[in-house]
Design a protein around this ligand. Structure first.
Ligand code: NAD
Length: 492
């Protein structure tokens, strides 16, 4: 098959070492770890396995480069990002195939992520030259106030496996734009896309030491000492709430600035006045994008009792029709889950939901054979104590519960420690505005199943995190506000 030739050529051409101070090299202990294709369980390649010493060498390089990097012209940083954007776009097929191979998502979705992930490079290339400050006369007319923005300093980025390109560019691009240096620890399950992006940024002219990349199988061992080092000024983490909480505690000793993009438990509300066709289209996207392995995935379908039966049966019909296959197959709509552990967790939550009275309308059992495939699943009549309503399922499973009025729907939607995103389908404008106030989430989609957009602030409230990525807000995460007080120029 053509893709097999493309696969071996692409994998063979990858740099798989550590990237420290502008140099590709082996890990100091010489170790490597395997990267697997979740569709087959086979090893794709091996990658250098950084040690704590390698992590510290990466921080040494980032700290040494910080001063000169902060003084580069914003335009110069912008143009590096712009060249990287052009290059990722030109190599879209390579990036898409690589993501499909290491993470499993269908090629069409991987292409979508290339567009989304590359856009952070372009957006922040445009923002780099817009960082500004202010000058003011103090209210008493005497002192003068100058406020300007400075780069935060060396950053540590820890990224998840589910969006291997976009979760990296959403941090790296604004940090470059702001003038910060960085150490990146990609997810051990999917380090290859970050390594290809690193090659692209190197070719785009990023100076040595600005970006350092340390894949490792020992996440805590490599990143822990960096969090305790006073040269590190910022941690940006995307991953589970459980790990995020621990990293926040570890960041307290150095009072580090942190950005935390954590887990979600998105409610998807369908009101009695919704356009049901549109709600079904939105539900397919909100649930099945990335096989449900997204922090923004609809985790709970809260549907008005008068339309719940029709919604459930039509959703099950549409979901059952989707081809479940290796992401490299052109007609694949649902690829494998990332690993067996994730698949077992999905099954556990499905079994638990059935135990609370849920009825499986489609799916409900793992697919036999190689790879970690799980079919799209719809469960109606789920009991209010089901674990799936409280925990992220991170798989293609849609539990449906019903409500009878808006207050009840909002109370159910907010009954979670998470607050990343919500979705609502309604044609009532006043209701839309009420929901924008009453739903406890950092983001809300109205009559739309995907809200992610590089020009918008992405992030959550409650235990879904701290800070925002993308939009005008995204670069602020990498800037300090510095105030300079000036004496009255008239000597008053
Ligand atoms: P995870 O928390 O297991 O891992 C995330 C990253 O943290 C990985 O690089 C991992 O190696 C690293 N890590 C794990 N333990 C660590 C430790 N003790 N010290 C330092 N680093 C450590 O999450 P995951 O399974 O990779 O990703 C899925 C989770 O990410 C889900 O909860 C999902 O909701 C969340 N997520 C959130 C967003 C968002 O923007 N809010 C986006 C994507 C994913």
């Amino acid at each position: 098959m053509a893709f097999e030739a493309a696969q071996s050529q692409l994998i063979g051409s990858l740099r798989t070492g550590l990237y420290v101070d502008g140099t590709w090299r082996d890990a100091s202990a010489g170790a490597t770890f395997d990267v697997e294709d979740p569709a087959t369980g086979e090893v794709l390649t091996t990658v250098a396995d950084a040690t704590p010493e390698d992590g510290m060498a990466a921080l040494d390089a980032a700290a040494a480069a910080q001063g000169s990097w902060a003084r580069t012209a914003p335009r110069e940083r912008a143009e590096i990002l712009r060249r990287a954007f052009e290059s990722v776009t030109a190599r879209a097929d390579d990036f898409a195939l690589l993501m499909t191979l290491e993470m499993g998502k269908p090629l069409a979705e991987a292409r979508g992520e290339v567009t989304y992930g590359a856009e952070f490079l372009r957006w922040f290339s445009e923002e780099a030259a817009r960082v500004s400050g202010r000058y003011a006369i103090a209210p008493d007319g005497k002192a003068r106030l100058m406020v300007h923005k400075r780069p935060v300093g060396p950053c540590l980025f820890i990224t998840p496996w589910n969006f291997p390109l976009a979760m990296a560019t959403r941090k790296i691009a604004p940090a470059i734009a702001a003038g910060c240096t960085m150490v990146v620890k990609p997810a051990a399950l999917t380090p290859l896309t970050t390594l290809l992006l690193t090659s692209v940024l190197e070719e785009a002219g990023l100076p040595s030491g600005v970006l350092n990349v340390v894949p490792t199988s020992d996440a805590g061992g490599v990143t822990g000492p960096l969090l305790r080092d006073p040269r590190l000024r910022k941690l940006s983490f995307t991953g589970s709430t459980e790990v995020g909480r621990r990293l926040l505690k570890d960041s307290a000793d150095q009072v580090l600035r942190t950005s935390m993009e954590l887990g979600g438990n998105a409610p998807f509300l369908v009101f009695e006045d919704a356009d049901l066709d549109a709600a079904l289209d939105g539900a397919m996207l909100a649930k099945l994008r990335n096989m449900g392995e997204a922090c923004t995935a609809a985790n709970r379908f809260l549907v008005h009792a008068s339309v719940a039966e029709e919604f459930g049966s039509r959703l099950a019909q549409r979901m059952a029709a989707l081809p479940v296959a290796r992401g490299t197959e052109e007609d694949s709509k649902i690829g494998p889950l990332i690993d067996e552990k994730s698949r077992q967790k999905v099954q556990e939550l499905v079994d638990d939901a059935v135990g609370t009275g849920g009825r499986v309308l489609t799916g409900g059992q793992p697919q036999a054979g190689a790879g970690y495939f799980y079919p799209p699943t719809v469960i109606s009549g789920v009991g209010s104590d089901a674990r799936i309503l409280a925990e992220e399922v991170f798989g293609p499973v849609a539990p449906i519960v019903t409500f009878t009025d808006e207050d009840e729907a909002v109370a159910m939607a907010n009954d979670t420690e998470f607050g990343l995103v919500g979705y609502a389908y309604t044609r009532d404008v006043s209701r839309t505005l009420r929901l924008a106030d009453t739903l406890e989430s950092g983001m809300l989609g109205i009559n739309v199943g995907v809200v992610s957009n590089p020009a918008a602030p992405f992030g959550g409230v409650k235990q879904s995190g701290l800070g925002r990525e993308g939009g005008f807000e995204g670069i602020e995460e990498y800037l300090e506000t510095k105030y300079v007080g000036l004496a009255d120029p008239f000597g008053g």
